[in-house]
Structure formats: structure tokens, C-alpha cells
Design a binder for this molecule. Sequence first.
Ligand code: P6P
Length: 339
Amino acid sequence: MAYQPKTLHEIIIQQQSAFPYAKGELSRLLSHIAIAAKIVHKKVNKAGLVDILGDAGNVNVQGEGQKLLDVFANETFLRSFQASGIVAGVASEENENIIIFDDNLSVNSKYVICMDPLDGSSNIDVNVSIGTIFSIYRRISPAGQKVVNEDFLQPGSKQVAAGYIIYGSSTMMVYTTGLGTTGFTLDPSIGEFCLSTLEMKTPKDGKIYSINEGNYIKFPRGVKDFIKYCQEKDEETKRPWTSRYIGSLVADFHRNLIKGGIFIYPKTEQSPNGKLRLLYECNPIAFLAEQAGGKATDGLGNRILDIKPTNIHQRVPFYTGSTNMVDKAEEFMFKYHNL
Ligand code: P6P
């Protein structure tokens, strides 16, 4: 039978029918994201061949050196969002303040986006998988006016959609609109994201723990004890578990989503809120994790999606993945929490 892949567009339309009042704007927005993703895919895949590697020579709001590809990805997604006429503004990891689209179409549109245009960029020059992470909300300020910070400071539970693109051995787009977590793989021969898994489900248990053990001595006691727990021999829980950490959130999360596992970026004395950003790393990943049957908390029982943001770049300790593994890690954290 001829190759008849289900494309991203077909699935979006199919899922849109589950939203009786949807006018197709969210569907069109997801399609615009896919177009920008294909443009970034093309650049990332040529990174070693064209003059796009290395530093852009400036520093972003996080104080991190900006890579040429970071800047290219940020500009590509921003241009695509503005061209869509469906987005009123963007909070990007690469920009200190929110980006307001004040053209006639955009200022009347109802969606805002939080994004990390190219997460894991320190891995760009060594050919390790990197990713784009996005999170979509309905604005709360009235249409017709410029968006304001409050439009972006909504709890993650208010996301209407979220997802990531992982630029790896293949380029995949994984997203949710609240109807489960769905995965697509880019088929470069036809330039389309084609359905890989309609409902991605993460195992309740896993055998992979992902954490930067280089920071071990700075970890809270509960995290140190959990790491030791992972390394002890135990027939029933099939320990010792395997340590896998690539230093690219999207790649670490994607592996654990499929195989089962836990990803932890905890607080330390120096970084009391950890490193990962709530709006455009933790909230979208948490939405995807929960939609796939997993869990995402701050390590002390607070659901990531319930946290009310106060700053667009705020950080939060992040524990996500297989439900039973997150629960076990929290058991160790609670042992010392009120001491
Ligand atoms: P560390 C990449 O810079 C990133 O934001 C995430 O993609 C990744 O999980 C984390 O930082 C890695 O941080 O401190 O372990 O290098």
C-alpha cells in the first residue's frame, strides 16, 4: 500500500473536533510552530557545515553566552508567531522582557506563548540533541490592547497547549492540547511531521535517574539519599538503576518519557530555586509529563502546574517523570524538609 503517513496537520484537525468552539486558531498556531521548527531543523542539521556554530558574541538575560543558533531559533519562532496573526506576545528565554506584537491582527489575537527557542544550546557544538520548548496560554488582558506581564504569569494548569521539538538523530515534535501527549517525526523527504505515537504513555516505574551528579556535594540531603537509594542493589525494584544525563532537558526528558525514569534539577544552597525556568521549561514539560501519565513537582509535593509565577524568568526545583519514582524521591526530600 502506498505510504500514507498521518501528518501533524491531519491530527491537529482531528483533535480540534474535540473542541466544539475552536475556530481553528490553535490548530493554525501549531502548524506555524511546525513551520518554524522545520526551518530551525534545517539550520541545526547543517550546524557543522555552515558558519552557524560558535558564539553570537553577546550574553542573554540568563547571563549565558548566546550561540548563533540560539539567536537564529529565537528570531525564527518570533517571526513565525507574529506572521500567524494569532499571537499577541511572547516570553522568550532569550529576551529579558516580554515581546509585544502590536500590529492590528496580533493585538486582537487571544494567545500568548512562553518559549525556550533552543534549550541545551551548550550542546550545539558537540552534536548532542537540543530542543525548542513552547507553552501556549489564552491571554487574560482584553483583546485590542497590548499584552502585559500578567498574561504570562498564569499557572501552568492554564496552558491550552505545550510541546517541544527535539533536534536529534531524527527531529520530533511532541505536544499536548490536553488530550494526551502525541509524538510526530519529521520526514525530511516530504517535509512533514508524521504521526509516530498518538498517545505517548510513560511507565509508572523506570530504571533511569537523570541528575547532574557533578553538583552532588551541593544537593539537599534528601536528594543525596535518593541517589544512594538508586545505586543500592534490590531485586524487587531492579536496582541499581542506571544514571543517564546528557545536559539537554528535552533530550533527557524525551528518553525518560519513553523508557520510564526520573529527571531532577534540585535546588542547592547557591541556587535555592534550582536552574530550570518555570514558564518555558518546567510548565510545558510538566503538562506533557502529566498528559502521558507521569508527574512533575518541586520535590516537596507542590505540583509544578499549580505554581503561580511572579516573574517571567523565575526558576523552580524540578522533579519529573515516572510517578512512582517522583514519589520515592519526594519521600527522601520530606524526611529532612522540616528539620
Ligand atoms: P547543568 C541547558 O542549559 C539546561 O537549561 C537544560 O537543558 C539542562 O537540563 C540543564 O540546563 C543542564 O544544566 O547545570 O546540569 O549543565
